[in-house]
Design a protein around this ligand. Structure first.
Ligand SMILES: Nc1nc2c(ncn2[C@@H]2O[C@H](COP(=O)(O)OP(=O)(O)OP(=O)(O)O)[C@@H](O)[C@H]2O)c(=O)[nH]1
Ligand SMILES: Nc1nc2c(ncn2[C@@H]2O[C@H](COP(=O)(O)OP(=O)(O)OP(=O)(O)O)[C@@H](O)[C@H]2O)c(=O)[nH]1
Ligand SMILES: [Mg+2]
Ligand SMILES: [Mg+2]
Lengths: 275, 290
């Protein structure tokens, strides 16, 4: 007797539902379940075995974790993303991470717009025990970025972390402002910024794709951070993102404390989605 | 967008007497995908599709309209009914009236508190903002700065204990002759038992006439989980959907409304303190359908 065994349609539907409710999106979920159907062999039609195979498929779709090394000094990281996604908090965590690697770190308050944004970042800089650069509220964010990189070069900082104001990607003028920040950094230091991290809120749905697309076009995103994965959201949009963009996922945010930052681990991420 | 997607569909569906089960089901298969892409939660999509099936099958086909377009009209109208329904304005009862604002981290609560204060001030009320988020760095300062911008007083109390701040803010309102108190709380996870218990305690101290759950319009499938947990533990009165000036489809609006039964009352349409509008079900329905 040859041929593929019939898989219980309900079992497959249940697995597809898990992907959909994890924010994979309906099209990506369907594609992954089709891939699972193609892989199934005799004796594979048990739910547990199917789950194992599904995990393998998902892990294969994800990039390996890869925190880039600080290979040039000063190493300039710009953090971007939509309002409230967790940029400022993530910078606090990153500053702490690099400080613990014995790097000299400068944190720059590039959000000159939102109420108390500068104060908020200053608290984080103090907690991470790193240096802080700011100007007055309402100043041009590009000038803060300029001063930060200039200061980093002259004072020989290892790492510069530049915060930016939250902005919705649909706002053309705000995306133009971000382009200018990147351009000004390039002028001061030709190969900078060395990283542009797009911070994605883990509770986001399919809009995450538009964020990666448009922030990518206007600021040259080099890597992703997914925050708030300590809640019930699964962040499955990363699979939809992987389909269209080859971007590494550097970090995940797992809470509001300075230590709540973990390097992205594809296996742990997939386990969290399916278990 | 919806009509573009379904145009090819409509060519196949030929009008004749009554909408058949097959015509409706085929259309709904496509609508299911559209709603999921718009971030409506799966369980809500399934309930919604069932309702449409019941309404659409056997309906008289309107002579001048294609069956597909007719089904779309049924869908749009049903969405408007679900999103709207029992409209609720702010109750604002009590002297002073108390509004408590809550939700997940970063959803836009602090900004909304300032927007609501300005809104009420423009309607001849005397609001007092209360900074009960003692956790987030510079959260109190954020509300103080916003209060200064709109010339609304901000009560900060001991800046340490949210329960004490809640206890003292009512007297503070009376001392200043404020007739509405708007209490900003820290963002918190629905599954964080300690923080949800704190919120329950703040609620019992304040006895607010209006508890508003502030949610981000770009929230995905998780909207049902967090909203239902907040509804279960806090029993909020209404919902605010923020960041509606973005391009997120906002399916979370339907998810939250359907799973909690609470009305959608306001939308945030920008970062500025005047960017607040009442919720419009028909506009939201069109946005979700794309
Ligand atoms: N639970 C949890 N909360 C987080 C995480 N990351 C950030 N937050 C919280 O999310 C909220 C927003 O964080 P911010 O760092 O202010 O976000 P932002 O992107 O800088 O916001 P804007 O500058 O206003 O655009 C704060 O309450 C943070 O404590 C995370 O990984 N888990
Ligand atoms: N574009 C836009 N931005 C908004 C809107 N509402 C709030 N924001 C922005 O979203 C970000 C988060 O707003 P907050 O008011 O700090 O959010 P929060 O819920 O108080 O955050 P936590 O206290 O950390 O939980 C800020 O950058 C706000 O300016 C809105 O309707 N549209
Ligand atoms: Mg910030
Ligand atoms: Mg707040």
């Amino acid at each position: 007797v040859t041929g593929k065994p019939k898989i219980d349609a309900q079992v497959l539907q249940n697995l597809e539902d898990i992907l959909i409710t994890a924010d994979f999106g309906p099209t990506v979920s369907e594609k992954i379940i089709d891939a699972l159907k193609k892989r199934v062999n005799r004796g594979d039609n048990q739910t547990d075995r199917l789950k194992v195979m599904l995990k393998e498929i998902l892990i294969e779709l994800l990039p390996n974790s890869s925190i880039p090394s600080v290979h040039v000094v000063p190493y300039v990281i710009v953090v971007v993303g939509v309002n409230g996604s967790g940029k400022t908090t993530t910078i606090g965590k990153l500053a702490n991470y690099y400080r613990n690697l014995n790097k000299s770190v400068l944190v720059a308050a590039g959000d000159t717009f939102r109420a108390a944004a500068i104060d908020q970042l200053e608290v984080w800089a103090k907690r991470a025990n790193v240096n802080f650069l700011s100007t007055n509220e309402g100043a041009d964010p590009a000038s803060v970025a300029h001063d930060a990189v200039f200061s980093a070069i002259s004072k020989k900082y290892d790492v510069v972390l530049i915060d930016t104001a939250g902005r919705l990607q649909a706002k053309k003028n705000l995306m133009a402002e971000l382009e200018k920040v990147i351009r000004v950094i390039k002028k001061v230091l030709p190969n900078a910024p060395h990283e542009v991290l797009l911070v994605l809120d883990g509770t986001t749905g399919q809009n995450a794709l538009s964020q990666v697309d448009i922030f990518g076009k206007h600021s040259g995103v080099t890597g992703l951070v997914v925050t708030k994965l300590d809640g019930t959201a699964k962040g499955g949009f990363v699979f939809a993102i992987r389909e269209k963009f080859d971007l590494p996922i550097q970090w995940i945010g797992t809470g509001e404390k300075i230590t709540d930052l973990e390097p992205f681990d594809p296996k742990a991420f997939v386990d969290a989605v399916l278990d | 967008q919806l009509t573009n997607r379904l145009e090819s569909f409509f060519k196949k569906l030929k009008g004749s007497g009554r909408l058949t089960e097959e015509q409706v089901r085929e259309t709904l298969r496509e609508v299911k995908k559209i709603l999921l892409e718009a971030d409506v939660s799966l369980s809500v999509v399934r309930d919604f599709i069932l309702r449409i099936e019941q309404k659409a099958v056997g309906q008289e086909v309107i002579a001048s309209v294609s069956p597909g377009h007719q089904i779309i009209k049924i869908i749009h109208d049903e969405l408007v009914v679900l999103l709207g329904g029992d409209y609720r304005t702010l109750k604002l009862s009590g002297t002073p009236a108390v509004v408590m604002v809550c939700g997940l981290q970063g959803s836009g609560k602090t900004t909304f508190c300032a927007k609501l204060a300005l809104w009420l001030k423009e309607r001849k009320r005397f609001p007092l903002l209360v900074a009960a988020d003692v956790y987030r760095p510079a959260a109190i300062e954020q509300l103080v700065v916003l209060g200064e911008k709109i010339s609304v007083p901000v009560f900060t109390g001991d800046r340490k204990n949210p329960l004490k701040i809640a206890q003292e803010c009512i007297d503070a309102a009376r001392e200043r002759s404020s007739d509405v108190v708007i209490v900003d709380t820290a963002g918190r996870l629905a599954i964080d038992n300690q923080m949800m218990t704190e919120l329950e305690k703040i609620k019992s101290i304040l006895s607010p006439s209006d508890i508003l759950y502030v949610a981000d319009a770009m929230t995905g499938q998780d909207a049902v989980n967090t909203a239902s947990e907040f509804a279960k533990r806090i029993n909020f009165h209404g919902v605010v959907l923020t960041k509606m000036d973005g391009d997120a489809r906002g399916g979370a609006a339907l998810s939250i409304r359907h799973v909690t039964g609470k009305p959608l009352q306001f939308i945030g349409t920008g970062e500025k303190v005047d960017a607040l509008e009442p919720f419009h079900p028909d506009r939201m329905a069109k946005r979700i359908l794309g």
